[in-house]
Every structure is written in C-alpha cells, then in structure tokens.
Design a protein around this ligand. Sequence first.
Ligand code: FES
Length: 82
Amino acid sequence: MSNGRVEIVICLGSSCFARGNKNIVQEIKKFLEENNLMHKVTFRGKHCFGKCENGPSLTIGEKKFELVTLGSIREVLENELL
Ligand code: FES
C-alpha cells in the first residue's frame, strides 16, 4: 500500500519476461482502465523477485501470485480489486 492505493508490482526480470509478463502487463493496464481503477492502484515493475522458476510473478498489496498466465490474470484482479 502507498497513499491508500493498492500497489501492484510485476516482475520485469528476463525470465518472467520470457514467460510472457509483457502480455500480462498489457492485460493489467487494460483491466485497470476498463474498471476505472487507475486512481486506486499504483502499478509498477520491479526486477527479478528471485523465484524465476515460478514466474511470471507479481504482488498485489501483500499477496504474492506466481505462475500467472494471461488466462488467469483477470480472475486474480477481479478477486483482489473488485
Ligand atoms: S525474473 Fe521474475 S522472478 Fe526472476
């Protein structure tokens, strides 16, 4: 949390990138725009979380999510943000 906002941090390390985090970044941005959440969420990237074998990785608030896919990211965001 920062400034009362929920913080989403996505790993932008090369392993997660190779596993498709770039597409997940786009999907998260789309979701935040569609649901008018841009003002409630801080979305940023960070380098390697140190668990590349479980990537793509991201955190939402205090929770960690691993092996995130384009197929699962929307459900994760709906559960955590809506
Ligand atoms: S590159 Fe994402 S955890 Fe290492």
